[in-house]
Design a protein around this ligand. Sequence first.
Ligand SMILES: [Zn+2]
Length: 261
Amino acid sequence: MTDYVCIPPIKEANRITGLWRNHGPNTYPINLSLVVEHIVNPTLEGERLHLVYSEFDTFEGMLKTDDEKKWGAFVNTKIPYKGRRNFTAAHEIFHFLAHRKIMKEFRCGALNLSDYQRDQMEVEANEFASQLLLPPDLVRPHVEEDFTYSNVRSLSDDMGVSVSALAYKWLSLTTKPMAFFQSRDGFILQGYASAAAYRHGIFFKEGREVPEASTTFKCQAARVHDASGFDRGLWHSDLGGHEDVYQTSFGDFTYTFLRFF
Ligand SMILES: [Zn+2]
């Protein structure tokens, strides 16, 4: 498995960011078609990467090749959000850069695209996409705002990334206790806590039931966007806080933004 780390994702993202800022347009969101054309392809010998936006039935992104020379990083245009498509494109570009010698084909769904701790290649592709599209110096000034769906959504639109990608970046930069998780059918699928929340023992295990008294549970049943305060004992034994919930229109995922105080 050591082959995986021959291209470190953060370092590679920073290298491209340096080229983009010092020798390119230095505009955000980064234009990934230009990155592929002017930064990725000129370094290849006999291979070429094409960024392809097209409609397919399952998965959000794919990397594949027929002849090991022409590679396609496919982004599903059925994804309704531009930022989400952009994050998917950056994720597939890293599978090409770092993983094409290990696997010839990748098919990535919503949970792969927000995996920061399980499958190593998925984690690396997400770390790269997050670092490239959301450089910490551009995001850090915003993380003192309230951690709510509307604030995260609005910044994710400005930065050209998915809501979940921005939520995870926000958690990695804040000094306050907060958390974000995705759930479906009453069960938590994936969740992360900020360092300050983790110090309080807050974390999210896959398969944990969503408490019936939570706003998340009510939203999931009613398919709405809702927010409310919560008392201690619901999400943490000693901390209350605020719970902001959004029901997504794809894959029936529910996004929950928790602030503790
Ligand atoms: Zn992937």
